[in-house]
Design a protein around this ligand. Structure first.
Ligand code: UD1
Ligand code: CA
Length: 459
């Protein structure tokens, strides 16, 4: 049987009060519409079409990597009208179309799978996901006669009696493609919102003696995000699910309530994560790492046995057995070797640091290539910028950089050399040499006394 999926993502989402289209708001670091696309793909839907309209270009570029097709709904005249705008995608196809909304990211692939199986087993024209909740405010209500689903009535169109119904429409359906196309032509916008409702298709199918089924599921999976408050609720639920998955995989989270792990992050076994860590993007963390409190790690690769504390690491790679922080800032395109030490108040930018090198305190390294087993004294600065251009610095293996050194780029320090503390290096340092670049010390004896500045010593 042929299956395809439509995702509704053309609305602006007035209630979320944003310049960004609603479906591009992120939940655990991933756009809601991308959660839905990924779920459909995980449920086995290859052919996915996204209906775009408000902020179409933004939605397109945010979903580009997912390789979906698009239909354009220029004017947002309702969810039924949105599906009509995808008629070109549906026409000529025989089989099942799953229609899901781009603003409900908590639906699980297993549930999508159950829905489509039920739909095809029962040979229905339409099968919808529903949920039974205490406060159905705002949702479309499922109106039944006995067991049978008769129609869906939108909250704003409900009679007092219908408002009492606790079974709501999740906005997630399977339709027989031909039956759906035939019913869409019969939609009208004669309702409280003056919109063409997709939900009216259910009543139309029933009137034409088609079979309609419903699959009630846990409410959590059906939550639609219309406001910032619902966005936060959704974030909390997804975060708990993500954290549970990592714990099930053998990761220790000291306090899951204050651990923020993005939807795409991977973490190896026996890694321990303390509170207030934020791990984002496509970050991959190895095994046996310890993330002490208060770091943010974005789109980075952290190899095994790394320890990190109170630091920020962006788009970089940290080698096995390295320790980072507290208070280190590792900026994009940095590659830190194995068993290195990046200590307190150290900033690394677009640089490579070789295996075994120690940059322990109060140092800036930018646009540099640093070899293996070097030691940086406290307060080293790579002077990579002259006010208009950035330059590169190259440091060979086994270099010892004394405290408070400036390395004025472009400059090369060759291997096995030493730099005296307080030097300002502007020229190449040849292999195996000691470079001193500071004024010599002069002592003027008796100067304090002659100036009458000597304080009387206590008797
Ligand atoms: C919709 C359902 C309601 C259900 C609820 C579940 C209708 C008429 N109502 O209501 O029964 O209980 O979802 O969350 O379908 N969209 C378009 N084009 C449009 C209008 C909307 O693409 O012209 C998209 C939106 O971007 C959104 C989705 O459809 O992703 C749902 O629209 P929304 O306005 O949030 O519908 P609800 O009022 O929540
Ligand atoms: Ca909604």
């Amino acid at each position: 049987m042929y299956n395809c999926a439509l995702i509704l993502a053309a609305g602006q989402g007035k209630r979320i009060k944003s310049n960004l289209p609603k479906v591009l708001h992120k939940v655990c670091g991933k756009e809601m519409v991308n959660h839905v696309i990924d779920t459909m793909r995980a449920a086995g839907f290859e052919d996915v079409n996204v209906i775009i309209g408000k902020g179409a270009e933004k939605v397109k570029s945010a979903t580009e990597s997912r390789k979906v097709s698009y239909s354009l709904q220029e004017e947002q005249l309702g969810t039924g009208h949105a599906v009509l705008c995808a008629a070109d995608f549906l026409r000529g196809k025989k089989g099942t179309v799953a229609i899901f909304t781009g603003d409900a990211p908590l639906i699980r692939p297993e549930t999508v799978d159950k829905l489509i199986k039920l739909h095809q087993e029962q040979k229905n024209s339409a099968t919808l996901l529903s949920s039974i909740i205490d406060n159905p405010h705002g949702y479309g209500r499922i109106i039944r006669q006995g067991e049978e689903v008769l129609k869906i009535v939108e909250h704003k169109d409900c009679t007092l009696e219908e408002l009492e119904v606790k079974e709501i429409n999740a906005g997630m359906y399977c339709f027989d493609i031909e039956d759906l196309l035939a019913s869409l032509d019969k939609l009208s916008n004669n309702n409280a919102q003056g919109e063409y409702y997709l939900t009216d298709v259910i009543g139309i199918l029933k009137e034409n003696h088609n079979k309609v089924g419903a699959l009630p599921v846990e409410f959590e999976e059906t939550i639609g995000v219309n406001s910032r408050a619902e966005l936060a609720v959704t974030e909390n639920i997804l975060r708990a699910r993500i954290n549970k998955k990592h714990m099930d995989n053998g990761v220790t989270l000291i306090d899951p309530n204050t651990t923020y792990i993005g939807a795409e992050v991977e973490i190896g076994q026996d890694t321990i994560i303390y509170p207030n860590n934020i791990i984002e993007g496509n970050t991959v963390i190895g095994s046996d790492c310890i993330l002490y409190p208060n770091s943010r790690i974005n789109c980075s690769i952290i190899e095994d046995e790394v320890s990190i504390q109170s630091s920020v690491i962006l788009e970089s790679r940290i080698g096995e057995g390295t320790t980072v922080g507290p208070f280190a800032y590792i900026r994009p395109e940095s590659v830190i070797g194995k068993k290195t030490r990046i200590g307190d108040f150290v900033e690394i930018k677009k640089s490579t640091i070789g295996d075994g090198t120690k940059v322990s305190h109060l140092t800036y390294i930018g646009d540099a290539e640093v070899g293996k087993d070097c030691n940086f004294g406290c307060g080293t600065v790579v002077v990579n910028y002259d006010g208009s251009h950035k330059y590169k610095t190259k440091i060979g293996d086994n270099v010892f950089v004394g405290c408070n050194t400036n390395l004025v780029s472009p400059v090369e320090v060759q291997e096995h050399s030493y730099i005296a503390a307080g030097s300002t290096i502007t020229k190449e340092v040849p292999e195996g040499s000691l470079a001193t670049a500071r004024a010599r010390q002069v002592n003027i004896e008796g100067w304090v006394d002659r100036k009458g500045l000597l304080k009387k010593k206590d008797k």
